[in-house]
Design a protein around this ligand. Structure first.
Ligand code: FAD
Length: 373
């Protein structure tokens, strides 16, 4: 069913959007209406109540069909923090509307210009004043802000020099962007190599009602970390979808394109890189399935989720390179769509977590090597 929906949005649709840097509004609406973006919201809050296995298949199929789930995956997993750590009142107020699409929770505000990957050094502050918090600071690369009613925001509520551990004193807020006055909140689009709709965001004394604090003040970093495994598994699935799409295109082209009186795929120099990329995608897919299975069983899956994300991002990037190479000059021509997907899948080496940080997690937490930072 997801495949059928995705195929209605053809290569032309995605290519035109890419060229004008537009948001796939119709596609996102169709996904929302079909209920797919509410996959992980429990049924009692109006969602489909599915597991990460099924959620990840939904995103995989979108990418496998030539689309880009990055335009809407935030709606699927950003709500996890609210689901796990929000009060019953917050969940009843927001989750059914997020499930129906009446409210869009697509924006996730963590990264900052000065701290980057070192999240606990972020400088955006939220200072309590009576029944609200006053938020000031800057965020960068915050995606889908213009297409979201709500933003999950991580800000410092206790100065870093007043907490025992630097991961303490950070809090999570569900910010209603519809209420944000223009002189207190601004989102400036950042042009990137692919069509991603990301922004630099400025908070200048934005008042956020205290009722929008998620969970306990000061525990926000842990709440965000809790959502990371789900995010890694879902992104891994998107990469697997991309990888299979690239292999499909490369294989088809290698069978059809005749040079020196034979299909180019008859040359092992062309066939083997495609075969190798396919092997690596299948291996990454197994790790992604294993991570999802552990996640759905409530078992620890940090190692598997991280490994799945890294293997899948590497495999999709390898497949992207192979697809360009197989297409020769046509790999660079927009109408073949390879170059568009090539640019899109490159992101996953860096965001939402870079490969080095995954290796660092494995070195320290799985292999017990000394902590490096
Ligand atoms: C298109 C796009 C969309 C994004 N969307 C969002 C979003 O919606 N919300 C959000 O909060 N963020 C978002 N991000 C931000 C993304 O998560 C960060 O770019 C990413 O986490 C890396 O942070 P940075 O860019 O500051 O790189 P830096 O932290 O400056 O790192 C630069 C490089 O150095 C490496 N590095 C840094 N420290 C170490 C170390 N100790 N050891 C080894 N290597 C290291 C990194 O791996 C990286 O390759 C997005 C980014 C992009 C490009």
């Amino acid at each position: 069913m997801v495949g059928e929906l995705s195929r209605r949005f053809t290569d032309d649709y995605w290519r035109e959007l890419d060229q004008k840097r537009g948001y796939p509004e119709e596609f996102v609406q169709a996904m929302t209406k079909a209920g797919y973006l509410s996959a992980l919201i429990p049924e009692e809050y109006g969602g489909l109540g599915l597991g990460i296995t099924e959620g990840s298949i939904i995103l995989e199929v979108v990418n496998r069909s030539g689309g880009n789930a990055g335009a809407c995956h935030g709606q699927m997993y950003t709500m996890g923090t609210l689901l796990r750590h929000g009060s019953e009142e917050q969940k009843r107020k927001y989750l059914p509307k997020i499930a129906s699409g009446e409210l869009r929770l697509q924006a996730f505000g963590v990264t900052e210009p000065d701290s980057g990957t070192d999240t606990t050094s972020l400088r955006t502050t939220a200072v309590r004043r009576g029944d609200h918090y006053v938020v000031s600071g800057q965020k960068i690369f915050i995606s889908r802000v213009q297409h979201s009613d709500l933003m999950l925001l991580l800000a410092r509520t206790t100065p870093r020099d007043k907490v025992a551990r630097k991961s303490d004193g950070l809090s999570v807020f569900l910010v209603d962007l519809r209420d944000a006055p223009a002189d207190r909140f601004e989102a400036r689009p950042i042009e990137t190599m692919m069509n991603h709709g990301t922004n630099q965001v400025f908070f200048d004394g934005l008042e956020v009602p205290a009722s929008q604090l998620i969970g306990e003040e000061g525990k926000g970093f842990r709440y965000i970390l809790d959502g990371m495994n789900a995010e890694r598994i879902l992104i891994a699935a998107e990469c697997v979808g991309d990888g299979d799409w690239f292999i499909d295109r490369a294989t088809t082209y290698a069978k059809e394109r005749v040079v020196f009186d034979r299909p180019i795929g008859q040359n092992q120099g062309v066939a083997f890189p495609i075969a190798r990329a396919h092997v690596n995608i299948r291996a990454a897919d197994l790790m992604r399935q294993r991570a999802a299975e552990l996640f759905d069983a409530g078992q620890p899956c940090g190692a598997e989720a991280n490994m799945a994300k890294m293997l899948a991002a590497d495999a999709s990037w390898e497949a992207a390179n192979v697809a360009v190479q197989t297409h020769g000059g046509y790999g660079f021509a927009a109408e073949f769509d390879i170059e568009r997907k090539f640019r899109e899948t490159r992101l996953y080496q860096v965001a939402p977590i870079s490969t080095n940080l995954i290796l660092s997690y494995i070195a320290q937490h799985v292999l017990g090597l000394p902590r490096s930072f």
